[in-house]
Design a protein around this ligand. Sequence first.
Ligand code: F6P
Length: 357
Amino acid sequence: MKRIGMLTSGGDCQALNAAMRGVVKCLSNSDEQIEIYGFNNGYRGLIYGDFRMLTGQDFSGILTKGGTILGSSRTPFKLIREPDENGIDKVEAMKQNYYKLKLDCLVILGGNGTHKTANLLRTEGLNVITLPKTIDNDLWGTDMTFGFQSAVNIATDCIDCIHTTASSHGRIFIVEVMGHKAGWLTLNAGIAGGADIILIPEIPYDIDKIIEAIDARDKRGSKFTIMAVAEGAISKEDAKLSKKEYKEKLKNRQYPSVSYEVAAEIETKTGKEVRVTVPGHTQRGGSPCPYDRVFATRLGAEAGKLILSGEYGFMVGYKNREIVKVPLEDVAGKLKSVDPDATIVQEAKMIGISFGD
Ligand code: F6P
């Protein structure tokens, strides 16, 4: 008998359900008896003992369903050691619920913050296996996270739609892409959507270089310019500030996001019309793309295999086209960023895409 607790934490993404289904189908397909406890709304469910027992039936028909059948929430790691408003010690509460239910293991699906807490629970003696979810693709230890390819599709569709309207008007269009502090999503959607300028956090931009790129397009007779701008894009001057100074500056920023700031600067310096589109949370929504369905299913099945062999303390990841198990301590607290010298960046530059650097 294996008693499994499962939870999804942090911002949701496509294929969370597909991944959980993979785990449960793998376990159900073995000779082992299983009991599954689904914790509601991320770590909150584990802290406050908010769970429901699930059967294989609950995981049937969810391969293509976006969101998460368990619900999700953000439980910031930096506050995990602080008691809640009622004085409850969150880490102790999670351990107690784990032991009360006599769980053999927790399967935790999440991104960066989630992995820090998962690793903490491991160090506290709980058996944990994690699966890498996030549209940002910024998790250390895996070349790919599920949700990412689906989000690339949506952001690309958005740029594609902007392209047709941009070609009718001689304007500059900015599409602001999610990704938190990493540029994976913007880089990939930008290239896939044929953006002329791509701004990512890993390559701080110079507004004058952006304008040079726009002018060069004008001179070649291109009526419009499409920019894919990461929500975390940063100017060269701002990149010189300390973390604290930059945070302070952001608090006083008069624009809702970096894209609007860049748009205003371009308008002031060139007199050209700029339009900003923010697809926002649509990038995390809807049905997972086929790639993510396959990928998440594979990761889920491999997680099931680890549970059956009693191997805990790993994230199931993907490296060099192989599914691998990565020790949680190697994953937690590290960010996987775009290397500004990566070949994909070089190739984008070779075809004339400007990074504003
Ligand atoms: O981490 C996924 C993500 O969608 C980021 O790309 C984005 O910065 C953030 O979550 C948005 O968070 P929230 O849903 O809490 O607004």
